[in-house]
Structure formats: C-alpha cells, structure tokens
Design a protein around this ligand. Structure first.
Ligand SMILES: [Zn+2]
Ligand SMILES: [Zn+2]
Length: 281
C-alpha cells in the first residue's frame, strides 16, 4: 500500500514560510492499494489536509471511505472543503467513534458542521454520503482490513487505527495521551495494551508527537504524547519505521528537524511526517 501524508499538523493549521517543509495542514493521511496508481480510496481523518486528497484525484469524484479517529476540529475541518467529496458523483462512507451505541453519526457531526457555525450541514454535501459509527473489532474498508481501538486522549472518545492490506500494515494514532494511564517506564506515559496491539509489527507507525519529553510534565494534561514516547512505542511493538506526526502548530521546520535528529541511531528508523510525503510499504 501507499501512505500519502496530506496533513501532518495538530491543533490548528500553520501557514507561513517557516513551516513550508513539513507543511501546515491539519491531520489527514490517505491510503491507496498497490496498482491503484496514486488514487487513494481510504482517508484517515479529515483535517484541512483532506483538501490535498482532491489534488491526488485530479479533481475526480472520491469513491471511498473516510474514518475519523475523533471529532476535534483539526481532524474534521477539511470535510466541507473536500471538493472531490462534495461532488455530484462522489460516493463516500464516513465512519466515526460515537459517544455510545445510540449515537447518530450525522447528528453528532452536525454539532460542528451546521449553521450558525458553518453554512451547511453534513447532508448538504453533494454526492452519495453515508454516515455511521465505527464497528468494533476488525472490519473491511475499501479492501483494507481495519482495527479501531480506543486510546486515551482528552475530550471525546478517540481511537487509533491499524490498517492492513494483507501484505503490509500501518498504525495511525495521531492523538494519544498515554500519561492518562500512568507515567510509564520513562515518564512519558504507559505502553498499554491497546496501542501495543495497534502497533505490533507494523511497517509504519504514525504517532502523536505533539510534545517533547521535557514538555510532558507541564503540558501532558493537554491530551498528547511526546516524540520520545512514539519512538519508545515503535521500538517495543517491533514497528519497522516511526513517523512523528501531529506537529504542534508553533513548531517551525528547524525545530521539527531538531526533534527528528534526537532519534538518529535509534533501533527503529524515525522520520518527521511531512505534508506531500508518500511512503510505500
Ligand atoms: Zn489533533
Ligand atoms: Zn484531538
């Protein structure tokens, strides 16, 4: 499979010349099968980076699935600006974690996307859109096998994903607060069963790296993880590569470079997730 990084930022977009190398769009990655050319059929999260997916499709209608880890702004605000999805010929299934089994996905989404906060609601997107809740256990989405497991974050149910095409696998855990479960062996949070299961043996672990280890004590309550935790998890879980993701909006390119450099020589290869980057697994 190919992993297209469409938005790698956390919290809010970060435009400006000091952010051009890693990019300013918020969280979204898109997955395509080998043989599909560059055209992804599965998107994970719908931050402002989702707009880049229309570019990958050359403006053709999107026919695929969008899975949301949670409903914070930086993971949903690209939805109404996704021109390949807001298209008469689009066919989109959007699945999200509900507050409970009685949640109506479209009603929940409309709390963010409806007047007076936004001009239109989810059902006014053009094309054939279907809204639903993420199934429990492993399920199929566009020919990928997907496992969604709940992880601690802050303010609303949040999941991480493990996606496999039968040959390779990626774990996507963009927002994760492991210190909510304890300090863990290095003080950056607990390596708990859910994330170990998601990340076990994956070819690529894409993980929340909003913080640096020294920021956890003061800012861990914001709901995020340190880059050191992401690499520690990748090492423990036997991941083949770690992509540091969800860069905080004030982190300029040089600072992200310095964070990535901290892991030179680590047993698992580490890259800083960069908008426009494509990794073939
Ligand atoms: Zn986020
Ligand atoms: Zn969040």
């Amino acid at each position: 499979m190919r992993v297209h990084f469409c938005g790698v930022r956390g919290s809010t977009p970060a435009p400006g010349p000091e952010f051009v190398r890693y990019g300013g769009h918020t969280s979204c990655i898109a997955l395509s099968h080998d043989g599909d050319g560059p055209r992804p059929t599965l998107a994970l999260d719908a931050g402002t980076g989702l707009r880049r997916l229309s570019g990958l499709l050359d403006g053709a209608p999107f026919r695929g699935t969008i899975l949301l880890t949670h409903l914070h702004w930086d993971h949903v605000q690209g939805l109404p600006f996704f021109t390949s999805g807001d298209h008469d010929d689009a066919r989109v299934t959007l699945l999200l974690p509900g507050e409970n089994e009685h949640t109506h996905a479209d009603t929940l989404l409309a709390r963010m996307m409806s007047p007076p906060f936004f001009p239109i609601g989810p059902h006014q997107l053009r094309g054939d859109w279907r809204f639903g809740l993420l199934p429990s256990g492993t399920f199929d989405a566009e020919g990928f096998s997907v496992l969604a497991l709940e992880v601690p974050h802050k303010g609303g149910r949040t999941v991480g994903f493990r996606v496999s095409d039968g040959h390779s696998a990626v774990a996507y855990i963009p927002d994760h607060c492991p210190t909510a479960l304890g300090d863990g062996p290095e003080g950056t949070g607990e390596y708990h069963e859910a994330v170990l299961e998601l990340a076990r043996g994956v070819d690529l672990l894409v993980h929340d790296s909003h913080l640096r280890a020294e920021e956890v004590a003061a800012e861990g309550s914001f709901g995020h993880a340190a880059a050191e935790y992401a690499v520690g998890l990748g090492t423990r879980a036997g991941a083949h590569r770690v992509a540091l993701f969800h860069h905080r909006p004030e982190r300029d390119d040089n600072e992200v470079d310095r964070i990535v450099c901290r892991f030179t020589g680590s047993s698992v290869p580490v890259v800083g997730a960069r908008e426009g980057m494509v990794l073939t697994l």
